[in-house]
Design a protein around this ligand. Sequence first.
Ligand code: 48F
Length: 257
Amino acid sequence: MTPLNEVEISKTIIDAYHRTLLDCLTSDVAIVGAGPSGLVAAHLLAKAGVKVTILEKRLSPGGGVWGGGMGMNVAVVQDEAVPLLREMGIRAKQGRDGLYAVDAVELGAGLCWNAVQAGATLLNLTIVEDVCVSQQRVTGVVINRSLIAENLPVDPIVLSAKAVLDGTGHEAALVQALRKRRLLTGDAAECGEGPMNAPLGERFVVDRAGEVFPGLWIAGMSVSATLGGPRMGPIFGGMLLSGQRVAALISAALKQI
Ligand code: 48F
């Protein structure tokens, strides 16, 4: 075994982490929230050569995937989402009525693995407190350590990005940051999530994923929370397909920036 030295262990962490952080100061796309929609978008964008940084406030990325429904760790997806899962090497078992059962742990781990292996950088324990806005466009995110932001009056720092994705789920945290400054118009200015309706909710998060303010995109549950779509409970195909759709839209937009 290599002879160990505690200081060298610390140096290895500090050196690698700070190189990564310096590299994340500018990205093509900053994805806020490592739930299923954000991770799919990260995987597809990074695979296409886009520089992606994912910011996740919790210790463990994966968002609402791990618990399936009511803590039974099986995620349900519709057949339309199965090719995307297959492309990522995540197995789905055919069930009834065009529905497939996916081991929630395989889904969570697989989504994280695919995003990072494609080249996206994921910073966990990092909360996005706010967005930067310059000339009526979102130009970056304001970040802090999650544990600092919750407990101490310590200033954050900024990462810049050409495009920012709000993948924060029910919180729609970045949309809320713009709403409280009255920077949003139309439905996005005031809507909240509607009551449960899985068929409508699943369509809604895919069809309405997109740009809500110059430089700021939404995908996943933040689409419902922003534009007033129904919630849909424990079905995940819409989240995956919403991430896929927003990745295509951001990719096209980056070519114009
Ligand atoms: O909620 P979440 O899984 O988002 P999603 O991709 O998927 C929703 C489903 O999991 C489920 C559902 C399916 O029917 O309804 O809820 O829309 O993941 C959102 C992630 O964002 C993180 C949060 O910890 C979670 O991992 N997050 C939330 N706010 C912030 C954040 C923030 N301000 N900064 C960084 N991360």
